[in-house]
Design a protein around this ligand. Sequence first.
Ligand code: PEP
Ligand code: MN
Length: 379
Amino acid sequence: MDIVEIEKGFQETEAKIKKLAEECGNSVEIIRGGGVSDTIHFIGDTRKISEKEGYVKELPGISKIWDVSIPYKNIARVGAGKNGEVVHRSDRIIHIKGLDGLTRTIGNGKHIFIVGPDSPQTLDQTITIAKQAKAIGEKLGILDRIILRGGAFKPRTRPTDWRGMGWEGIDMLDKAKEETGIPYVTEVMDHTIAARVAEHADMIQIGTRNAQDFELLEEVGKTQKPVILKRGFGNESEEWFSAAEYIANQGNLDIILCERGVKTLFIKEGYCRNTPDYNVITHAKKKTILPVIFDPSHVAGDDKIVLQNLLGCLPFKADGSITETIHEESFRKEQKCDAAQALVMDIYEKAVKSILEYEKTIVPLISEIDSYFTQRSKH
Ligand code: PEP
Ligand code: MN
């Protein structure tokens, strides 16, 4: 039992269903239909509430009960029943409030700028970047669209490589947040520390290497913090959406999908680090209700091509980007992870300006093109 169709005007039944959902650990999403009925979706794991199907069926006003067969039903754009019933769900919009009192909104059609070091390495570096990001936000009037990034716990391919500052890094990010008011996102790799990290971070990232660590996905989901889920570098889109479903199954729909490039045969040729799959952004937005962002840094692997890759995601309507930066060129030789792809903040500022310019001048044209295709599909 995933979706219940209820005739309009049966408030008492609706209240009973809401109460039952709460008792079974589910939240509800109600779609007010244009016709004679509404639909109530149970969000989260529906196994327990499904045992009450007999009771729900007998409540006054219940016209249908659907089981959704799609494996990622909590995040799917279309709720489809086995007997051909269909309901379209609207975009999930995610809000993150900063200590500065500003709310960052992800998924409202405006590009969200997630920016910062690959990893916090020194307090000075972390705070300086946060301040630079704040200055850009203030100067361009988009401080409410800026979020800080930084991985304190680093997944590294080689065990001999530096693995981040750990809790000390979290402490640096906390200080940068206190100093600037900007919320931050940081990666979690170990499910046993998810809850503790969530006490500090405003948002949690699951990296490409752990994109199918199902225990991790569940624990991070349980924190109820917004989660950036990077696409596993070898994952098909449905595997990616199903990974997101592990988070959603915990009742947490605040998930942001992030395309960061996939491994292809071309990578050994060395002209980029990962192959960007821009089209998957469109696909993910069509198949799921979640916002989708783009990571140009891990696609590029080289700061000379980060900007181009970042701008490349705009026509595909990414809801934002996550970009690695460096506070000053001289730090590059000291940076222990992903130094080659870090964009200096001056160039990042130009990227932000280009994106804002794009929103002003090109987005209206793209909307016109969209309406052509929408019209055409009606005929
Ligand atoms: C990162 O964001 O620094 C990172 C490790 O990303 P990914 O998991 O995409 O490689
Ligand atoms: Mn990195």
